[in-house]
Design a protein around this ligand. Structure first.
Ligand code: M6R
Length: 615
């Protein structure tokens, strides 16, 4: 987590740092700070809270200077306070450092430094890193700018963990040193000015020319040049990439929150996920980005899907789709568990790493582990320039457009759309008939309209939300492909309303969860008419028999369930395999409306960040 921006050039650094930093707020938003070389020394401003708090502090007391570093934080070590906010200074107060990552051996390093007389004012691991670099600078024999580069290189050798850092020193007023190990850093190349940032989004208004720093590299960044070196030597084959600009935080338009806008955007984002990928002649799908010819796809015996949070839920729906359509066994893994676990892998397995941001550290780690074991791993990402998109051996882009709300919504339906296409493609390479393929293609084409229909119930859902907003705990139940939809509904409810919610397969109710049922604990039951509809009605009766209230996700036309459930979240009917894509929409909407009733910060819920770039 955390976002870093550094600037060196002829312009005033403060407004550039604040503006670029605000584009990284999705990476963390509990405190922010900047340090600028003002001609006399390092001047720092830091504030707990949003970047806006920092901007106000800087407006009251501006910092003048043409070189600086800045940071938006998601706390790992130490609370979200002014003091713990980055940048941190070394013992001399002449060196400032910002950090994205975790220093795992910070206690050991802290004890060593304390023994040597260092005093610390924050509770962070980053302050230790600043002191380490400061010490290495003091003892370095190198001259000029190489002295800071060498100090950074020597200091990070002592660190275990991940880091992306930017450092300035008042003795070297034209230099920013950046280093990367695990946490992404991008150099932005301007005209007589240069930038360093956690990702390209921060740089969009300033330059579209970037160099991606590789792992273990250190960069010496000046206004007119940049030099990159790794422990293996200086990088000479530097590839400057041109990125698509303008992909920045779109505005909310007439919507009060990004989340609501993004929920409503699903009518078009789903079209973008399917666009150009439907092959009517072959009754199949085209996914060129997989980079695998049909013969190789046919040889796949198993699929493994890696992801976290919502992305994993999409993978779980994907498992159902692929197993049903292509009869290929699919395993899903929490990225964090796969990365360090011993789960056996079978030969001829194709891996998928699913990630909206493409920067989730756990998923990146899991992808690398799969590759290390010799498996190809494809990405399903939204962010085209992301680390996961680059690291994977091919993949499928979601084309959802920027998702700003921390709660993932449109990215989920796009991910499920991609797995639908994959299931169709693999199914048609095996036993799925052309008529079954055509039926799916036709249903896909009518999906945008049906999504629009599901969204048209937003006001009704708002009324249901008002009724249940004061609840302390909720259950979400669904079966088969609607089980991950229940999990996704519960996750949305938890993260933006702070109401405790759990998602379970409906039939698990009687194996323990039923003990929670009473008048105060409502259950959202996904009960659209499918092969397990009657079974779901059985669960509904069991809940009602224990005085529980039931909110049913049901087909608009289902009169029977209206007489049984307390409230209905209506959805239109579609092909049974596509139904989960519609069923999730009222769950997104009910969480959204409950959060609004409760006055929550919908787009930036507490304790979270859009992109989780630390383990
Ligand atoms: O960017 P990613 O898709 O890799 O993010 C994965 C999760 O962190 C993310 O889906 C998270 O669970 C969302 N906040 C859920 O709304």
């Amino acid at each position: 987590m955390c976002g870093i921006v550094a600037y060196v050039g002829p312009r005033d650094a403060q407004p550039i740092l604040l503006d670029a930093l605000s584009r990284l707020e999705y990476r963390g938003y509990d405190s922010a700070g900047l340090a600028i070389l003002n001609g006399k020394g390092v001047e720092v401003r830091k504030k707990s809270g949003r970047i806006q708090e920092l901007a106000s502090a800087c407006q009251k007391k501006p910092v003048q200077g043409r070189i600086g570093i800045s940071h938006t934080r998601w706390a790992t070590h130490g609370g979200a306070t002014d003091i713990n906010a980055h940048p941190h200074l070394d013992a001399t107060g002449r060196l400032a450092l910002v950090h994205n990552g975790v220093v795992e051996n910070y206690l050991e390093l802290k004890a060593k430094l304390a023994k040597a007389g260092h005093k610390f004012i924050s509770e962070t691991d980053t302050e230790i890193l600043a002191h380490l670099v400061g010490d290495a600078f003091a003892s370095s024999k190198a001259q000029g700018e190489e002295r800071l580069v060498e100090a950074v290189r020597n200091a990070i050798k002592q660190v275990q963990g991940t880091l992306g850092i930017a450092v300035i020193h008042s003795d070297l007023p034209g230099l920013v040193v950046g280093a990367r190990r695990g946490s992404p850093l991008v150099i932005g190349i301007g005209d007589g000015e240069n930038f360093l940032a956690s990702d390209t989004q921060a740089l969009a208004p300033y330059t579209n020319r970037v160099v991606i720093l590789q792992d273990q590299e250190v960069v010496a960044l000046k206004a007119e040049r940049y030099d990159i070196a790794s422990p293996l030597g200086v990088r000479s084959d530097i590839k400057v990439e041109e990125i698509e600009n303008g992909v920045t935080a779109s505005d909310k338009g007439s919507y009060p929150h990004y989340m609501l806008k993004e929920i409503f955007e699903q009518v078009s984002s789903i079209q973008n996920a399917f666009r150009g990928r439907l092959d009517h002649d072959g009754a199949t799908a085209k996914l060129g980005g997989l980079n695998l010819p049909s013969e190789e796809l046919r040889r796949i015996e198993r699929i493994a899907i890696l992801g976290c949070g919502t992305a994993l839920h999409a993978g779980m729906v994907g498992k159902y789709l692929i197993e049903t359509l292509a009869k290929i066994p699919v395993e899903t893994h929490h990225s964090s568990e796969f990365r360090y676990g011993d789960s056996p892998t079978s030969p001829h397995t194709l891996f998928f790493a699913v990630s909206q941001s493409g920067e989730t550290a756990d998923t990146l780690g899991a992808l690398r582990e799969a590759q290390r074991r010799g498996f190809p791993c494809l990405g399903v990402c939204n962010n085209v320039a992301s680390t996961i998109a680059r690291q994977s051996n091919g993949g499928v882009y979601m084309h959802s457009g920027p998702e700003i709300g921390v709660a993932a919504t449109k990215s989920f339906t796009s991910q499920v759309a991609i797995f639908t296409l994959l299931g169709l493609l693999l199914g048609r390479l095996h036993t799925l008939s052309a008529s079954a393929g055509h039926e799916i293609l036709q249903s896909i084409e009518s999906l945008p309209e049906k999504i629009g229909q599901a969204l048209s119930h937003s006001d009704e859902i708002k009324k249901v939300a008002q009724k249940y907003a004061k609840t302390k705990s909720m259950l979400f139940l669904g079966r088969l492909a609607n089980f991950p939809i229940a999990m996704e509904g519960a996750l949305k409810m938890k993260e933006i309303t702070y109401i405790h919610a759990e998602g379970y397969p409906s039939a698990e109710l009687k194996h323990g969860v039923i003990a929670l049922i009473d008048k105060e604990t409502p259950t959202v039951l996904i009960a659209t008419q499918d092969g397990v509809y009657d079974k779901n009605l059985g669960s509904l009766q069991e809940i009602k028999a224990r005085s529980g209230r039931v909110i049913a996700v049901a087909h608009e036309s289902d009169a029977k369930i209206k007489g049984l459930a307390d409230d209905i979240l209506p959805v239109p009917e579609t092909h049974p395999l596509l139904q989960p894509l519609l069923n999730v929409i009222p769950l997104q909407l009910i969480s959204y409306h409950v959060a609004v009733v409760l006055g929550r910060d919908v787009d930036k819920p507490r304790n979270l960040a859009k992109s989780v770039t630390v383990e």
